[in-house]
Design a protein around this ligand. Sequence first.
Ligand SMILES: Nc1ncnc2c1ncn2[C@@H]1O[C@H](COP(=O)(O)OP(=O)(O)OP(=O)(O)O)[C@@H](O)[C@H]1O
Ligand SMILES: [Mg+2]
Length: 483
Amino acid sequence: MTPPKTANHTNSINPFLTLNYESALESLGDDYYDEVAAAEFPQHILRWRNNALLPRLGLDPQAVTDEDFISAFGKFEGRKPLLALRYHGYQFGEYNSRLGDGRGFLYGQIRGTDGELYDLGTKGSGTTPYSRGGDGMLTLKGGVREVLAAELLQRLGVRTSRCLSMIETGLGLWRGDEPSPTRSSVMIRMSKSHIRFGTFERLHYLKRPDLTKKLLDHVIETYYQHLNAENDKYALFYAELVQRVAELVAQWMAAGFCHGVLNTDNMSITGESFDYGPYAFIPTYDLHFTAAYFDYYRRYCYGQQPSICHLNLEMLQEPLKAVIDIVDLQTSLARFAEYYQAEYRTLMLKKLGFENCKFAQADELLALTITFLQESQISYHQFFSDMAFTFSSKWRDEPAFVMNTSEIVPTLGSSPIFDNWCVLYHQILNQFDPNQMENTAKTLAKYNPASTLLRPVIESIWEPIMQEDNWQPFYNLVEQFQV
Ligand SMILES: Nc1ncnc2c1ncn2[C@@H]1O[C@H](COP(=O)(O)OP(=O)(O)OP(=O)(O)O)[C@@H](O)[C@H]1O
Ligand SMILES: [Mg+2]
């Protein structure tokens, strides 16, 4: 990504308005949404345009001006209807029937060049019937954080939504968790559906099994098309959702990502990751690490993520029971751990340099790596990025050569676990042909990017923005995530 280009507005039609919008969700009828209007902002400064996503919408980045972004995604000119979606959800275990898009709406749905249907949804675009006294806005820092998280997560192979644009909107917002007044932004998120587990939970709460079935048909037709012709498509849908969610959590865990707010209104029915609010990447392998300062009981801590997602899937059975046999639902959910473990194992072995996971001692290596990371409390990110950076085929020669040029290893002092780990890694490398070492180096580099988003890194990006409106460090970092 390059910084936003200077506006070069012509009088031609905005390319975003010429896209072939589909009315998939709108055609379900107004039981599922409310038509809303966007806020009018005092200022529109384009801070981020995700050129990497434009080709997927069938657009040539060169043909889209900054002014086009501002007109479409800051001023919301020329597009209707804008739909605030209705949903409920379990928040920190408590059912909340007063939710819904309180600061966003569905801007439109577009078939990507890959054949998938994408939602363009806003965040920070003003109040709706679901704002519950909130201002309907997103802080600039919140926007910056969400752009960064999505780009790094996609780099790390997580199935994630991404931000298409972020526009600074010139308001001063009051927030308890940021020095206030703080700057405002409006963001466009491109995702594979904004239908949440909570969208179904609302229909159950309203005792509308007819609407549940209608929505389920829509979800299968639109996002699980390959199941549409099957006789037992509903049961198969849930079985696949279980697998997708289990794999998603495994992707977070391998990435060292703690989502922070795994309420059921933040769980997508397509098994995609979204809503990067109080998230954090783990500094060290600590199962109790908790991202949200308001998560007093560590409900959504790093190590709880698999069991919370399992629980959220289990609670989703309640509305789905209107259409799917409970035995089928339970049988599918029983496979969650198996899917999770298979994906986690595969991803961690990739981080350790092995694309092909079928080798002797693979499980031993994985278990010892986790024990080492946990007991040493070495930097989770730096351990793997150092492996990638310092890997050498010489590691085959002696256990003592393994990671011997790493910066982080000397900080360990004497560590019997690390010594055992080196012996094991050395043994494993010797199971392979010497000419495989190049592949190991490539795998390590692919799955362990040098850059990270630990909290101090985010602060180091935010500081120059806040102090001197210097966005260059932000652009530089996103560019590294997009290679
Ligand atoms: N500033 C605000 N004004 C109005 N409603 C808000 C505001 N912040 C959050 N909400 C609403 O509170 C609920 C929970 O918020 P949460 O932070 O999970 O979602 P969100 O970040 O607003 O949106 P999304 O889940 O699409 O990323 C949602 O219904 C959301 O719309
Ligand atoms: Mg949310």
